[in-house]
Design a protein around this ligand. Structure first.
Ligand SMILES: Cc1ncc(COP(=O)(O)O)c(C=O)c1O
Length: 345
């Protein structure tokens, strides 16, 4: 389908103007020179939307429009302590006059830092339930969502709009189907050889990745996408993402079947000891982008995704004939919850 047709089909879904779109696609000349491989570009989804922004603005634009259409007054979601999705939900709900309930399945920390501090400042109701943070790959994303939906509804009461972790629904991920269209059109306008272009994104709940994959598939675009897993969080993760990508295509009127093996995800390799735990490579990646281009990454998501990109240049996955677009998904408030990132030269 043509980009204009995809854009047209997306208009059947209500959307709030939370994100300033299109986001810029900028060259990274100094990083390209330092790494000495493919030509590198960055897609600036990092500061779109309220309260420091990030990729969740594209998902929340669809999700909160649905909540308002359904007449909901309360919104429930959950995530890790440094969840950017939780922080952006808090901010968007404040702007819309909705009550945000954020669930964290960990002990309340003695001081609220980074995103947690912002959640409190934005007036969200914070619920800390020390069941264990989960996300240890013992459960699928779907089972985890079902359990949390049940527990949170019991505490908040009936009638709230429930958003899965990371805004991971068909409605939310339409935002990244549209982002694929945006990237495709920008790449065409820049005259890039689309068959040599790869978009790299961090994969937490994988909705950004599934949305981009569905979008490029619907467009018949030769642009590839590659997700870098940041946490080994979910059981049967590629199977969940294959289902979601198929559902996204179906929602937009086309049947495409994805198998788990079709999901372009590097699972585990760049995670290190676990979700939200720094690795030497992610520290180096955060520092290198800061010092070559003056752009801040975050330690939990984009630092690990950039570590995957850098390794891909070093190991020959990407060659000088390729173009790699790094999708900056935001998250830098998380920087204030980690120490020691600035040292280590
Ligand atoms: C900054 C940042 N980058 C990337 C991601 C991953 O996005 P997704 O959950 O769609 O995989 C998230 C959230 O999970 C995030 O907060």
């Amino acid at each position: 389908m043509l980009p204009a047709q995809l854009q047209d089909r997306l208009t059947q879904f209500p959307r709030l103007p939370l994100a300033q779109l299109p986001t810029p696609l900028e060259p990274l000349p100094r990083l390209t020179a330092v790494l000495g491989g493919p030509s590198l570009l960055i897609k600036r989804d990092d500061n779109i939307g309220p309260a420091f922004g990030g990729n969740k603005a594209r998902k929340l634009a669809f999700l909160l429009a649905e909540a308002l259409n359904q007449g909901r007054r309360k919104v429930i979601t959950y995530g890790g302590l440094q969840s950017n999705h939780a922080r952006m939900t808090a901010a968007a709900c404040a702007r819309l006059g909705l009550e945000a309930h954020l669930f964290f399945f960990e002990k309340r920390p003695s001081t609220l830092q980074g995103n947690l501090f912002l959640d409190a400042l934005l007036g969200a109701k914070l619920h800390f339930i020390p069941f264990g943070s989960g996300g240890d790959a013992s459960m699928t994303l779907e089972t985890t969502n079902r359990l949390v939906r049940w527990v949170s509804a019991a505490l908040v009461g009936p009638g709230a709009y429930f958003m899965p972790v990371g805004g991971h629904t068909v409605t939310g991920c339409l935002g990244y189907v549209d982002a694929a269209r945006e990237i495709h059109e920008q790449a065409v306008a820049l005259g890039l050889d689309l068959a040599r272009v790869t978009v790299i994104t961090a994969a937490g709940t994988g909705g950004t990745l599934a949305g981009l994959l569905a979008g490029f598939t619907l467009l018949g675009s030769p642009i590839r996408v590659l997700g870098i897993d940041v946490g080994k969080l979910w059981k049967a993760f590629p199977a969940s993402l294959a289902r979601l990508a198929g559902e996204l295509c179906a929602a937009l009127g086309e049947v495409h079947t994805f198998r788990p093996a079709d999901i372009p995800l590097i699972e585990g390799t760049y995670v290190g000891p676990g979700y939200a735990v720094l690795t030497d490579a992610s520290r180096t990646a955060v520092r290198l982008l800061a010092r070559t281009e003056g752009i801040l990454l975050d330690p939990v998501y984009t630092g690990k995704a950039m570590a995957g990109l850098m390794d891909g240049v070093g190991n020959g996955r990407f060659t000088p004939d390729d173009t790699v677009i790094f999708l900056h998904t935001g998250g830098f408030p998380g920087l204030w919850a980690f120490s020691g990132l600035e040292t280590g030269d």
